[in-house]
Design a protein around this ligand. Structure first.
Ligand code: FE2
Ligand code: FE2
Length: 480
């Protein structure tokens, strides 16, 4: 057995954390910057330095533990590259700011120095661009880091923790960008209450009250305004799918959706139906319904250029009748790649693009595969598989199931509730048995919930087409 080089050993260690190499490099850089801020300072004695170093390492390990892969609950996706980059950059920048306020003493030392720190700003950015649970963790981790670095005292810690926690909490239900300004106002109120409590505890001279309270208000309001200003830049630079960005993407007046509706009306109505199915099911299994809806809207945009080759847009004539099965499969397969290209060109968030890449997984295009087998005798299976990857999130898996269900149930003749249930059951089993759901973290219980949710939505939608079993008593009719 060959001996591993240090590089290979390091790479193995990186892989075992669940981070990619790029994520690890950024996290390491942030580590070095934060360590510099933590460990620098004048007149540090060896044992002070050793103590601080030990605390810093403990703090860093805890941060990775809470914010890295281990934070992901079952059913949650891994942190994306953009998220790790954002998290590391914000944490690094925060500790640089912590370093600069180290020796500041304002109003005879009665003003908590954390008023000069953008703790709430960083926490709000994390809450919005990733998730509020992570925001809450950061709301405690950042002030704790600042406290153990020796740059702030316990009063400043309380101030920073109170203001950032209120920032994370006040954004929990934020749906409009203006909600960030409101969150700033909430932080300002919490800041004022906290700072007055601290001044009372410290027996602060009354003359400082108005000034310190004023800066506490400024800190809160500025946090809200800055988030409002900074967030669009982060969204664009890192292609993040924040709630605000997703709500904007729901606008069916967007040029790409208009184009889809005009050139491929069948695909457009299919996408809207997939969205309705996926959104309801995601709500019921506790997944991100808004993300699933947006993913469904855009999942088939790759069909815009050649809509006539897809069955939902064919009225009478099937274009594939005149093509050989291999060429047909190539055209069908290509809508995934074309979709990804279009999505990138219009700057869709990475998470939304993954719906395009994953909605067919790497499944086989059976019809044309069988036709080619019959014609050519022997064919390469790979040539007839979609060029994507199986879903990596519950939302993406739900869209895959909604997609196949919507497309297949259109052709179902004389549907009854029982027939619909059996039909959907078979479609789900097929996806499961072919490994398309293996990476998605959907549980069997989720699958059952999704199934009954789909049946309910479809029964409602195809109400007029559903055949209900005849009731035994003559004269009684079903009229719901
Ligand atoms: Fe598709
Ligand atoms: Fe589709």
């Amino acid at each position: 057995m060959t001996k591993k080089t240090i590089f290979e050993t390091a790479m193995d260690a990186v892989k075992s954390t669940g981070f990619t190499v790029k994520q690890s490099v950024v996290a390491l850089l942030s580590f070095v910057i934060s360590a510099g801020a933590f460990l620098s300072g004048e007149h540090l004695l060896a044992h002070t330095l050793a103590g601080r170093l030990q605390l810093f390492l403990l703090f860093f390990v805890l941060t990775i533990f809470f914010t890295g892969r281990r934070l992901n609950l079952p059913g949650r996706r891994r942190r994306t590259e953009a998220e790790v980059i954002l998290l590391s950059t914000l944490s690094g920048a925060y500790f640089v700011a912590v370093f600069f306020i180290r020796d500041i003493k304002l109003f005879d030392g009665f003003m908590p120095v954390s008023i000069a720190l953008p703790t709430a700003l960083v926490v709000m950015l994390v809450s919005i661009s990733m998730d509020d649970r992570l925001g809450m963790i950061m709301a405690l981790l950042l002030p704790t880091g600042a406290l153990i670095s020796g740059s702030i005292d316990v009063y400043a810690f309380i101030m920073a923790a109170a203001s950032s926690t209120s920032g994370a909490l006040s954004l929990r239900r934020a749906r409009r960008r203006m909600d960030m300004v409101l969150a700033g106002a909430v932080i300002a109120v919490v800041n004022v209450i906290t700072v007055i409590s601290i001044m009372l505890m410290q027996n602060c001279p009354f003359k400082f009250y108005p000034f310190i309270t004023f800066w506490a208000v400024v800190n809160g309001l500025a946090s809200g305004m800055l988030v409002l200003g900074v967030l669009p830049m982060i969204e664009n630079a890192l292609h993040l799918a924040t709630t605000f960005r997703l709500i904007e993407l729901l606008d069916t007046g967007a040029p790409i959706l208009r184009k889809l509706e005009n050139s491929a009306p069948g695909t457009y109505s299919h996408s809207m139906m997939v969205a309705a199915l996926a959104e309801t099911a995601c709500n019921e299994i506790g997944a991100k319904a808004l993300l699933a809806r947006v993913g469904a809207y855009y999942h088939d945009i790759g069909k815009i250029d050649h809509p006539e080759y897809f069955v939902e847009n064919q009225k009478i004539y099937n274009k594939h009748n005149e093509l050989n099965p291999r060429l047909s499969a190539t055209i069908i397969r290509s809508h995934v790649k074309l979709g990804i290209e279009k999505a990138r060109a219009i700057g869709l968030p990475t998470e939304v693009i993954s719906f395009i890449a994953e909605h067919h997984g790497n499944s086989l295009i059976k019809w044309f595969y069988n036709a080619a087998l019959e014609k050519e005798g022997q064919v390469d299976r790979e040539d007839f598989c979609y060029p994507g990857t199986p879903p990596h999130s519950r939302e993406s898996a739900v869209v895959m199931l909604a997609d196949v269900t919507e497309a297949a149930t259109r052709t179902l003749e004389k549907p009854t509730v029982a027939r619909l249930e059996k039909f959907i059951d078979d479609l789900f089993r097929d996806k499961y048995e072919h490994g398309q759901l293996a990476e998605s973290a959907l549980t069997f219980r989720d699958m059952e919930t999704i199934k009954s949710s789909f049946v309910r939505v479809l029964v409602g939608f195809y109400h007029s087409r559903i055949e209900y079993p005849k009731l035994s008593k003559p004269g009684t009719t079903v009229n719901n």
